[in-house]
Each structure stands twice: as C-alpha cells, then as structure tokens.
Design a protein around this ligand. Structure first.
Ligand code: CDP
Ligand code: MG
Length: 136
C-alpha cells in the first residue's frame, strides 16, 4: 500500500551559498521524491521567527532565526511515498557529525547550525509549514 504525503524542505543559506541546490535536489529525485513546487526566497528575521516559533524557548532560537534569514534559501514541496520520513532519512541527524554516511547533512552540513537542510518532522507540521511558504 502506498502512502503518498507531502513535506516541506528548505535548502538553507550555507548550501545555497555553496551552489549545492542541484546536488540536493538530485538526491530527492533519485529517492522517489517529486519536487512539486520550489522557489528561491530571502526571508526576514521576523518571518524566520514565525516559522521556527516551536523553538522559541530554546537557547539557539535567536541565532537560528538570524541564520535562516541571512541569505537566500530554497523552499520546496516534496511529494512521494512516506515523504515526511523518507526526507528525514535522506537529511540525516541534526548534527552532521552524527549523520549517517551519504545523508545530505553528512555530505554537505558544516555544523549543527549550518546543517544545509530543513525538513518537516510530521505530516501535521508538514501541512503547517507548506502553508506558511505556499499560501494560494
Ligand atoms: O532540523 P532538525 O529537525 O533536525 O532539528 P531541530 O531540533 O528541529 O532544530 C532546528 C534547527 O535548529 C536545526 O536544524 C539546527 O539548524 C538548529 N539547532 C542549533 O543550531 N543548535 C542546536 N543545539 C539544535 C538545533
Ligand atoms: Mg525540526
């Protein structure tokens, strides 16, 4: 039985800056995720604060919001079988040091904060995050 889902992916400023957009997209495509929508944008610190508000009590929140708004990012809707968990698996652990071989963060992440990609962590949050960037 297939379980088609959508999830939100973000290519973060460190990866856009290093021209890794096509490398990262090709990992999704090779692993049965279709890029339904994508756009390159540069968000404000206030928008980043809204997007990451689940983390507002964390010590890294301020730096995280400053970072996500520090340069262009690529936001994408990925679609496919179990897209939420498939994308999380392809991303690897939050800290690139702990990420499995051949995951995006292992291949390209620089540090726990500059870890190249974001991915929704549940179907429910995927809907909220997709709506945040792709309101019709
Ligand atoms: O992105 P992921 O879902 O793997 O991790 P998270 O726990 O939801 O944290 C969101 C983002 O905050 C991470 O991707 C990191 O960029 C950043 N972060 C950080 O800078 N320092 C930490 N100790 C934990 C997370
Ligand atoms: Mg998260």
């Amino acid at each position: 039985m297939s379980n088609i889902q959508q999830t939100l992916s973000i290519i973060k400023p460190d990866a856009v800056e290093r021209n890794l957009i096509e490398n990262i997209k090709s990992i999704f495509i090779k692993n049965n995720l279709t890029i339904k929508e994508d756009k390159k944008i540069h968000i404000t610190k206030e928008e980043a604060a809204e997007f990451y508000k689940v983390h507002q009590s964390k010590p890294f929140y301020e730096d995280l919001c400053a970072y996500l708004s520090s340069g262009p990012i690529v936001v994408m809707i990925l679609e496919g079988d179990n897209a939420v968990s498939n994308n999380r698996k392809l991303m690897g652990a939050t800290d690139p040091k702990n990420a499995e071989a051949n995951t995006i963060r292992k291949l390209y992440g620089l540090s726990i904060d500059k870890n190249s990609v974001h991915g929704s962590d549940s179907v429910e949050n995927a809907k909220i995050e997709i709506n945040f960037f792709f309101k019709n």
